[in-house]
Design a protein around this ligand. Structure first.
Ligand code: ZN
Length: 167
């Protein structure tokens, strides 16, 4: 935090106070006017410094709010991730599969392992690619764009972790 601007603001206000005290002893109008201008400048300086300190505090509060939201998200994900287990539904490709016992009625689905470890659960989407003479079913991640080929030609529905035959 920029405590510097507060210290400077206090300094400017102190100087303004001294100037105001000095005004009382002055004889001519010209002297009073000169001092009044100086005093006005000191007050403006102090205001600027207070605004700067205020802006610094606002941005700090925003950062705290963002970090609190991030912590809440991480805590929530910490609970959510317990519902999935690493599985290999197609040879050579790992996914995180939803466990039937933890599904809470949710349909079976697979999560991308890369995004899972980043705390960004992303459901893998099935798609068929059509090559010459044959098609291949792939699962791809819409977030990190990683892709896993299955040994099948058609996309099959994802299964719960418990139903996947572990090779
Ligand atoms: Zn991904």
């Amino acid at each position: 935090m920029d405590f510097g601007s507060i210290t400077t603001a206090v300094g400017s206000l102190k100087a303004a106070g001294e100037l105001a005290k000095g005004l009382i002893g002055l004889k001519s109008d010209a002297e009073v006017q000169a001092k009044a201008i100086e005093l006005n400048q000191k007050i403006i300086d102090a205001q600027h410094q207070i605004f700067a300190a205020n802006a610094a505090q606002t941005s700090l509060l925003e950062r705290i709010r963002d970090m609190e939201a991030e912590i809440a998200h991480m805590n929530d994900w910490g609970t959510q991730k317990q519902r999935y287990k690493l599985a290999a539904p197609f040879s050579g490709c790992m996914v995180y599969a939803l466990q039937k016992s933890m599904s809470d009625g949710e349909t079976p689905h697979y999560l991308c392992t890369t995004c899972f470890h980043k705390g960004q659960p992303t459901i893998l989407q099935g798609r068929e690619t059509h090559g010459p003479g044959r098609s291949t079913a792939v699962y791809y991640c819409p977030t990190c764009k990683s892709e896993a080929k299955t040994q099948w030609s058609n996309v099959t529905a994802p299964q719960y972790f418990e139903d996947i035959k572990q090779g």
